[in-house]
Design a protein around this ligand. Structure first.
Ligand SMILES: Cc1cc2nc3c(=O)[nH]c(=O)nc-3n(C[C@H](O)[C@H](O)[C@H](O)COP(=O)(O)OP(=O)(O)OC[C@H]3O[C@@H](n4cnc5c(N)ncnc54)[C@H](O)[C@@H]3O)c2cc1C
Length: 348
């Protein structure tokens, strides 16, 4: 069977790229192993334009953020399902200095599109925000599991639930062959699975483990809370809270220490008792050494590509970079140097 692109992985990356290629009229197949530890299936799904302790605009925010909501809304329309939740993020100030700094930011035009309002007083008896806080917009969260399932149904027979066995991949003069398939190009969208690949195993991935909880708490405002931890309301007083970042104990699963850390940070943010711990999950983010994604073509092999390395920010990076990747695959448009794997060709 002759197809244009074989994609490995149906996490966020393979889903977005597969959609764009299919929309462009290309014949695709996606092979995905459902049981694998998928970063996408555990993720909170947040997109947040202002992050970090110093509260700076996230990398390339002005390029990435205008594309996030239109892209996921398009997928909602195609699938007839709802999975994008546009929601403000409330971030309490911890000091009066921080409040002053944000009063300054409020007149900076480069922050205008992300800033809903600054509060100089506490917004609720249930939040620890004695100095007020900032309400950010152009933010929200993606219900990734619903989105991946809906898109799985959209791909239909183009999606194959199986483990891709790279050792069975053969180059036959002018095309690749894998079992019954003949295809021109292969794209690795398989997160940390690419570390096992003979083509891309040398790239400097830097996996980061994350643990995340679901808890029951009565206080349910209509915004996401973020300070030390984030807290997203999933409905019925259940909130997703997290997450931790560690580069060790990658294969240990849920740990007591991470649970304790998240709950302690939650208490520092929300003054409402945790009534129940619903779940405790872990995932490993497909991060990279320089924290930039891996896009591009293998330097020596025919038509072997990678679209990977989205680390902790897949939801906000993937709409923009899946378009860049599609334009490269179909029209040989250049890939931006800072994300092109060319920067690591000496590792491959
Ligand atoms: C705790 C936690 C919280 C997070 N929170 C956020 C957040 O709030 N916002 C955000 O933007 N990001 C968040 N992330 C990061 C986010 O999960 C990633 O950026 C993104 O999901 C990566 O998607 P991916 O498709 O590249 O990789 P993955 O989700 O890992 O998908 C790879 C797919 O390839 C498949 N695969 C691998 N090898 C094979 C094989 N040999 N054969 C077949 N299939 C294979 C896997 O089964 C999987 O389905 C979080 C991650 C974690 C762990």
């Amino acid at each position: 069977m002759e197809i244009d692109f074989l994609l490995i992985g149906q996490g966020l990356a393979g889903t977005a790229l597969g959609y764009r290629l299919k929309q462009a009229g290309k014949k695709i197949r996606i092979i995905d192993l459902p049981q694998e530890n998928k970063s996408s299936r555990v993720a909170a799904g947040l997109y947040n334009p202002v992050t970090g302790r110093k509260m700076v605009k996230t990398w390339n925010a002005d390029i990435l953020f205008p594309e996030i909501e239109p892209f996921y809304k398009e997928l909602e329309e195609v699938t007839g399902q709802k999975f994008l939740l546009e929601q403000a993020i409330y971030r309490p100030f911890v000091t009066i200095e921080e409040q002053n700094e944000w009063m300054g930011n409020s007149s900076d035009p480069s922050f205008a599109q992300y800033l809903e309002k600054i509060f100089t007083h506490s917004q609720s008896e249930f939040i620890k925000d004695p100095f007020g806080g900032v309400l950010l917009r152009n933010s929200g969260w993606l219900n990734i599991n619903v989105m991946l399932d809906a898109m799985g149904a959209y791909f239909g027979e183009d999606l194959i639930a199986d483990r891709f066995a790279e050792e069975e991949l053969i180059w036959n003069n002018d095309a690749w062959a894998y079992r019954e398939f003949q295809f021109k190009s292969i794209v690795y969208c398989n997160g940390l699975g690419a570390m096992q690949s003979r083509f891309f195993g040398g790239l400097p991935f830097a996996p980061v483990k994350g643990e995340i909880l679901e808890v029951k708490q009565e206080f349910c405002p209509d915004y996401i809370l973020n300070r030390g931890v984030f807290r997203v309301h999933l409905g019925k007083q259940i909130h997703r809270v997290g997450s931790t970042y560690t580069k060790h104990d990658l294969d240990q699963g849920p740990t007591e220490s991470a649970k304790k850390e998240i709950l302690e940070r939650l208490i520092e943010l929300v003054k409402s008792p945790v009534k129940e711990l619903i779940s405790h999950k872990t995932g490993i983010r497909p991060a990279t050494r320089d924290r930039k994604p891996f896009l591009g073509k293998h330097p020596k092999e025919q038509s072997v590509y990678i679209f990977d390395g989205f680390g902790a920010k897949g939801v906000s990076l993937i709409p923009h970079y899946s378009k860049m990747m599609k334009n490269h695959l179909l029209d040989q448009n250049p890939i931006n140097k800072e994300v092109d794997i060319e920067r690591y060709f000496n590792y491959i």
